[in-house]
Ligand binder design. Structure first.
Ligand code: ADP
Ligand code: MG
Length: 276
């Protein structure tokens, strides 16, 4: 089942004085149910603008966006689209709305008008899914950044979305918080089958995905499996993205005459190759 489709999507912010404010141009993208897609690209390449089209926070200036077959052009469907495609944003503090973790997670389903007896179960389930059950009575603002983002994810999960869209959810976190959030999202994808669209500027996080979409100046310039992306070191450099250290090391080793395949992606794989 196709969760998201964009067809020739273009978006133009209106307040530009140079006349050329197209943040997106000609974006064709199809995301299937169950996929874990990373969207990467330099600052200003249009990632957030694209993400906001996935749940009708922005509407196309050109082309079309469909969420599970429903066009975002139809305002009557926005409510359902936003419930199906839940968003998590960069700043965990801006997403806290209540004084305890469980109330915070209950907020979304309450707004959907879910009966309170059902909300209880959904909150418990969502907290379990992000590994935050032990914190249900805690004050969200006292949690670590990674924990806050897991609570924000639980809040979205409690609305039973088909698709989770995360816009740089780890940008403000320390390495430990980043790992927690990424592992949580991976588990939700693999075990609960939730479609994940994960925007990041950390190239090394791409290893976790099935598919990596790279944006540059409002368009998609690469769309491939992480292994294939990691091999395109020259192209990544040209776009202004970090080349993963492992990919760089593999290239250096190859140039030094060591027989090692180009699709090695992690330190563990590299060690295994070198030691076998
Ligand atoms: P990214 O998330 O990849 O950093 P954005 O989608 O935020 O990129 O921005 C894409 C382009 O749109 C940039 O040139 C940015 O300056 C412009 N832009 C983003 N938001 C606005 C806005 N609210 N008004 C005008 N221009 C904007
Ligand atoms: Mg952004």
């Amino acid at each position: 089942m196709e969760i998201i489709r964009t067809t020739n999507l273009g978006y133009c912010y209106e307040n530009d004085e140079n006349g050329d404010a197209w943040a997106l141009r000609g974006v064709d993208l199809s995301i299937q149910e169950g996929e874990f897609v990373m969207i990467l690209g330099p600052n200003g390449s249009g990632k957030s603008t694209l993400a906001k089209h996935f749940n009708a926070l922005l509407l196309p200036s050109e082309g079309e966006v469909q969420v599970m077959g429903q066009s975002t052009a139809n305002a009557a469907d926005h409510w359902q689209i936003r419930q199906r495609a839940g968003m998590v944003f960069q700043n965990p503090d801006n997403q806290i709305v209540a004084t305890t973790v469980e109330e915070d997670v209950a907020f979304g389903p309450e707004n959907l008008g879910i009966p309170s007896a059902e909300i209880r179960g959904r909150v418990d389930e969502a907290l379990q899914a992000v590994g935050m059950t032990a914190f249900s009575r805690h004050a969200p603002h006292l949690l670590s950044g990674g924990q806050k983002q897991r609570v924000a994810i639980a809040g979205v999960i409690a609305m039973r979305p088909r698709c989770l869209i995360l816009d740089e959810p780890t940008a403000m976190l320390d390495p430990r918080g980043r790992r927690e959030v990424l592992e949580t999202v991976q588990r939700l994808n693999k075990e609960e089958g939730i479609t994940v669209i994960y925007i990041t500027h950390f190239m090394e996080e791409a290893v976790a995905a099935d598919r990596v979409v790279i944006m540059e100046q409002g368009s998609i310039v690469l769309d491939a499996k992480p292994r294939e992306i990691f091999q395109q070191t020259d192209k990544l450099r040209a776009i202004g993205l970090d080349v993963p250290p492992v990919a760089e090391l593999v290239q250096d080793l190859q140039q030094a005459g060591i027989d090692i395949p180009s699709d090695v992606m992690t330190v563990d794989e590299l060690v295994e190759r070198l030691c076998s």
